[in-house]
Design a protein around this ligand. Structure first.
Ligand code: LMR
Length: 329
């Protein structure tokens, strides 16, 4: 993977010409918070490549990784106001628009990737996507990243007791807060772009993320211990500004929709590939002690965290929780 290219404003083909007159290309800004060498970073670049190809350069996609353009706190508002055309937040960060997006944080909800993909294709997910309409936003696709693992800087986390008194960084929302509370730990919501510094400075002792986010953010430099739990999911909603999208010429929109469909397939491949690659990187880094739990030890975590389901059933709805569970059966 070639990851260090400057991604902004490069690679655009000359704009199509209409008679003598140059037709100005449509600029689509795509902002995200992770590095280019992540599933989301790679799929965003794939979308750029396809979109520019399929529109013969009538559309130029500018990809801004690593919170360069907007971070967690600003990107949703920027998308609503049309300052950025595409964002791809982790679904849980949409909690302020629809708290049901926190389904993704229910502990041990999905047993494997296939269950997650099935849920992405469900009517429940369609409903979640449609709920963005009233904010002048449109959900175009869901891209996976992977299952989350716990890291911290104090001690190996082998049982829930080991969490007592520790403080963890969370992405957003009350479900994650309740999850850590169920383990006897504290938590604080911190923007992704500020998390490395928070870990380094000891503002928080630990965090939870996918192997690939841990690896590409270099959390192994600040976190000595990782426990493999696969307890929660981290996946993305690809969101466009609705007025912008519906205002596009139908042929352009179709080319972009097709590009998004292809980029989504690529995102799935990359997520699976990079999850494994980053797990190996972290294991081989010599910087982190890995704890792999026995089924019995994992069972203790499941039991301890289970009360979170009842706590949020009225927020998430029984139908949605049941549909997610069914996807895994
Ligand atoms: C996080 O904040 O940990 C993730 O949502 C970052 C990302 O976009 O993967």
């Amino acid at each position: 993977l070639v990851l260090t290219l400057s991604l902004v404003g490069c690679g655009g083909k000359p704009a199509a010409t209409g008679g003598d007159k140059e037709v100005k290309p449509i600029i689509v800004k795509f902002a995200h918070v992770v590095t280019p060498d992540t599933p989301k970073g790679q799929a965003a670049l794939k979308f750029k490549e396809l979109a520019e190809q399929k529109t013969n350069g009538k559309v130029i996609v500018e990809v801004y990784p690593s919170s360069q353009l907007y971070g967690d706190k600003e990107e949703l508002e920027a998308a609503q106001s049309g300052n950025v055309q595409i964002i791809a937040p982790s679904v849980t960060k949409l909690v302020g628009l629809n708290p049901k997006f926190q389904y993704t944080d229910l502990p041990f909800l999905f047993p494997n990737n296939e269950a997650v993909y099935k849920f992405f294709a469900s009517d429940q997910m369609k409903g979640l996507m449609n709920s963005l309409d009233k904010y002048n936003l449109q959900g175009l696709a869901v891209w996976p990243n992977g299952f989350k693992q716990f890291t911290n800087n104090k001690r190996p986390l082998v049982s829930p007791e080991d969490f007592k008194g520790l403080k963890f960084r969370t992405q957003a929302g009350k479900v994650l807060e309740a999850q850590f509370k169920s383990l006897g730990a504290g938590s604080a919501t911190i923007a992704f772009g500020e998390t490395y510094a928070a870990l380094q400075q000891g503002t928080v002792d630990g965090q939870e993320n996918t192997f690939n986010n841990i690896d590409t953010q270099k959390y192994q430099e600040t976190q000595k211990y990782l426990t493999v739990t696969n307890h929660g999911r981290l996946d993305y909603m690809i969101i466009v500004n609705k007025s912008f999208w519906s205002g596009l010429e139908p042929d352009i929109r179709k080319a972009l929709d097709d590009s998004m469909a292809e980029a989504t397939k690529y995102a799935v491949e990359q997520a699976e590939l990079l999850d494994k690659k980053s797990m190996d990187n972290l294991k081989n880094s010599g910087k982190m002690q890995f704890t792999e739990l026995t089924p019995a030890q994992l069972g203790v975590f499941q039991e301890t965290m289970k009360p979170v389901y009842a706590q949020f059933e009225s927020v998430l709805s029984k139908e949605l929780i049941d549909a997610a569970i069914k996807a895994g059966q």
